[in-house]
Design a binder for this molecule. Structure first.
Ligand SMILES: O=C(O)c1cc(C(=O)O)c2c(n1)C(=O)C(=O)c1cc(C(=O)O)[nH]c1-2
Ligand SMILES: [Ca+2]
Length: 597
C-alpha cells in the first residue's frame, strides 16, 4: 500500500505545488521555466485576494489540480479560515472557518501565525492555533474529522504546516517560550486517530529508541538522556517543541525534523545538555522510532531553536556521493549531515558568529565561547547572532541546476540578560531580556546563495530589515524572496542580479510558490502582511517602543511596527501579455529531475 501515492504523484507534476515545501526533500524548486532570467522583468500582478486578517501572513499557498488552498492566521472574525480559489482566475470556490478558542491567542509566543496546509487523497489538512488538526474535503470544503492534540492551559499552540507521509498526518506543537514539552504526533489521515507521539524530552517510554539508535556522543550513552541531561523533572517543562519543517526520504523511510529551544531561555536554571532540545531527529514515520538524533546546541544559551528546514540532497563530497541533509542552523552554522547515519560532514558559519567558537570536526559538537555565556543578572553585550538566530523558520530553496541553496536570513546581534523565572503553566517561561540591533555592516537581513560542497557563499544581497520570507527557485534560474519593507523580488539565481521587484501594501514574511494555471501560464504567488515576532525583530533599534527589554512575548498583543502595516494580501503574478507570448513553451514532459539526485 502506498497511501501517499496521490501526493507523491503531484510532487512530480511541475504544474502543482502540493505541500508547503513543494516536495518531501523540501527543495522549494520548480521545474517551470516560462518565467526566466530574460523575461522576469515583465512580471505583472494577475489577481489578489485578502484572507481577512491583520496579523503575520506566513502561509504557503498549496496548489492541487488547478485549485489554490490558503489559510490565514488567528485574526479577524474568522480566525484560521481556509480558502479554496481557482488558481488561474482567483475565483473563490469555498471557505472553511473553524472556531478556534480565543484563549490560544494569549499563549502564542511569536504572533498568531499559520505556515500552511497539507494535502493527500482528496483531503486538505489544517492545524488551528488552539491545537486541533482538521481534515477538510478538498472538493466541498466540508469538515471530515478533527482531533485535539494539545492544551492551551499548558501554553501549547500549533503554528506549523502539517506534512502527510504514508497515510499519516505529522504535526508538532509550539510553546518553547511557555515551558511546554515538545512533541511530534502522527494522525491517521483517514480517521484522525492518533497513531503515535514522540516527545523531544523525557523518558524513552515516549521517545521510542531503536536498537541501532546512535546519539553520536562518546560521553552520552544510555537510553534516558532525555531525563538525565536535565535537573530533576525539568524535562517536563523543557521545551524542544516541533514547530518547523518535516522532510522525508522515501528510500530510507525516514522523516527528519528539528526541535526548539530548551525552556526557560535562562540556562542557569537548567544545568546539563537538555536533550533533545535543539536537535535533529530521524524517525521511522510508521512507528515513530528514532533512528538517530543529533543535538546542535547542547545546553542552549540563546534561544537557538533548531527547527529550520532540513533539505535532502545527494552531494559529491570528497569524491563520494553522499545522501545528506542541509540544515541552515539558527546558530549561524550551515550543517551538512549524512542523513542515513547522522554524521556531521561539515558545519561552517554563514553569518557573523561570536557566540560560539566553531563546531568540532571530530565530534560534531559545538564549541561555546565563554566570553559570551550569559551570567545571571548580568548583561552580556554584542552577542551574534541574536535570539532569532542567523536564520529563523523562513525556509531556503535548493536548485539542482545551480547546486546552490538560496537562504533568506537575519543579520542581528544582541545584548542579553538572564534573569530568574518561575514556572506557571500557560505563562511565559523565558527569564531573559534582549536588546537587538543590526550586525556588523549596519544591515539586518540578507538573501544569499550558498554552495554546500565548497562550503562558501556565492553571492549575497543585503537588506535593511531581516529577510523573513521563504525562498523559491525555478528551472528558469529565477529565485524569489520578499522584504519587510514591502518589496517582492525576482533574482537571477546564478549571480544575484535583481531582475524585478514589486512594492506591496505591507511587508512580506510569507512563502513564495509557483505553478502553472489552466491557461498555460506560469504564476508566482505569495502572501504579504507583517505581524508579531518578525515585526518586533524588524523594529529592533528602529522603533524605541521595542527596545530596552520591552520586547514582550504573547506577540499577538503587540503593536504593529509603523512602517510594515498589517493587512493581508495574497499577490499572484504572471508575465505581461507580450512577455508571455514570447516565452510560451510546452510544459516540460520529463519530470525525472523534479527531485534532486
Ligand atoms: O519554541 C517555540 O515553540 C517557538 C514557536 C514559534 C512559533 O510557533 O511561531 C516561534 C519560536 N519558538 C521562536 O523562537 C521564534 O523565533 C519564532 C518566530 C516565529 C515567526 O512566526 O516568525 N515563530 C517563532
Ligand atoms: Ca522558541
Amino acid at each position: 500500500q502506498t497511501p501517499s501515492g496521490d501526493l507523491a504523484a503531484r510532487m512530480k507534476d511541475p504544474n502543482q505545488w502540493p505541500m508547503a515545501a513543494r516536495d518531501y526533500a523540501n527543495t522549494r524548486y520548480s521545474e517551470l521555466d516560462q518565467i526566466n532570467t530574460s523575461n522576469a522583468s515583465q512580471l505583472q500582478l494577475a489577481w489578489t485576494f485578502s484572507v481577512g486578517a491583520d496579523r503575520g501572513q506566513e502561509a504557503a499557498p498549496i496548489i492541487v489540480d488547478g485549485m489554490m488552498y490558503v489559510v490565514g492566521p488567528y485574526d479577524g472574525p474568522y480566525p484560521n479560515r481556509v480558502f479554496a480559489l481557482d488558481a488561474t482566475t482567483g475565483e473563490l470556490r469555498w471557505s472553511y472557518a473553524p472556531r478556534p478558542e480565543p484563549a490560544a491567542k494569549g499563549v502564542a509566543c511569536c504572533d498568531v501565525v499559520n505556515r500552511g496546509l497539507a494535502f493527500d487523497q482528496g483531503k486538505i489538512f489544517l492545524n488551528t492555533l488552539d491545537n486541533h488538526t482538521v481534515a477538510i474535503d478538498a472538493k466541498s470544503g466540508k469538515e471530515l474529522w478533527h482531533t485535539k492534540l494539545g492544551e492551551i492551559n499548558r501554553g501549547e499552540t500549533i503554528t506549523m504546516a502539517p506534512v502527510v507521509v504514508r497515510g499519516k498526518v505529522l504535526v508538532g506543537n509550539s510553546g518553547g517560550e511557555m515551558g511546554v514539552r515538545g512533541w511530534i504526533t502522527a494522525l491517521d489521515a483517514d480517521t484522525g486517530a492518533i497513531k503515535w507521539r514522540a516527545y523531544s524530552t523525557g523518558p524513552d517510554s515516549d521517545v521510542l529508541i531503536s536498537d541501532d539508535f546512535k546519539p553520536f556522543y562518546d560521553n552520552l550513552k544510555g537510553k534516558d538522556l532525555g531525563v538525565t541531561s536535565w535537573p530533576a523533572d525539568r524535562w517536563q517543562v523543557g521545551g524542544g517543541t516541533v514547530w518547523g519543517w518535516i522532510s522525508y526520504d522515501p528510500e530510507l523511510n525516514l522523516i527528519y525534523y528539528g526541535t526548539a529551544n530548551p525552556s526557560p531561555w535562562n540556562a542557569n536554571q537548567r544545568s546539563g545538555d537538555n536533550l533533545w532540545s535543539t536537535a535533529i531527529f530521524a524517525r521511522d514515520p510508521d512507528t515513530g522510532r528514532a533512528k538517530w538524533a543529533y543535538q546542535i546546541n547542547p545546553h542552549d544559551l540563546f534561544d537557538h531553536d533548531e527547527i529550520n528546514e532540513n533539505v535532502l540532497v545527494d552531494l559529491e563530497i570528497n569524491g563520494a556521493m553522499r545522501k545528506v541533509l542541509i540544515h541552515p542552523g539558527r546558530n549561524g552554522y550551515m550543517y551538512v549531515i549524512d542523513r542515513a547515519t547522522g554524521e556531521v560532514l561539515s558545519a561552517d558559519a554563514y553569518d557573523h558568529v561570536n557566540s560560539y567558537k566553531g563546531v568540532d570536526r571530530k565530534t560534531g559538537k559545538i564549541i561555546p565561547n565563554d566570553d559570551k555565556t550569559p551570567l545571571l543578572g548580568q548583561t552580556i553585550n554584542d552577542i551574534c547572532p541574536a535570539a532569532p538566530g542567523a536564520k529563523d523558520w523562513q525556509p531556503s530553496a535548493w536548485s539542482p541546476r545551480t547546486k546552490l541553496l538560496y537562504v533568506p536570513h537575519q543579520h542581528l546581534c544582541m545584548n542579553f540578560k538572564a534573569t530568574e523565572v518561575g514556572y506557571i503553566a500557560g505563562t511565559p517561561f523565558v527569564g531573559a531580556s534582549v536588546d537587538m540591533y543590526a550586525g556588523p555592516g549596519g544591515y539586518r537581513g540578507e538573501f544569499m546563495a550558498w554552495d554546500p560542497v565548497a562550503k562558501k557563499k556565492v553571492w549575497e544581497i543585503h537588506e535593511n530589515l531581516p529577510v523573513w520570507t521563504g525562498a523559491l527557485v525555478t528551472a528558469g534560474d529565477v529565485t524569489f524572496y520578499g522584504t519587510m519593507d514591502r518589496l517582492f523580488k525576482a533574482v537571477d539565481a546564478r549571480n544575484g542580479n535583481v531582475l524585478w521587484q514589486f512594492r506591496a501594501g505591507s511587508g512580506f514574511i510569507g512563502q513564495p510558490v509557483t505553478y502553472r494555471g489552466s491557461d498555460g501560464q506560469q504564476y508566482v504567488a505569495i502572501l504579504s502582511g507583517v505581524g508579531g515576532w518578525p515585526g518586533v525583530v524588524a523594529n529592533a533599534e528602529v522603533d524605541p517602543r521595542v527596545r530596552n527589554g520591552a520586547l514582550g512575548f504573547a506577540g499577538a498583543t503587540q503593536d504593529l511596527p509603523f512602517y510594515t502595516a498589517g493587512g493581508s494580501e495574497l499577490l499572484v503574478f504572471k508575465l505581461g501579455p507580450g512577455a508571455a507570448a514570447n516565452a510560451a513553451r510546452p510544459a516540460p514532459q520529463d519530470n525525472s529531475n523534479a527531485q534532486p539526485r
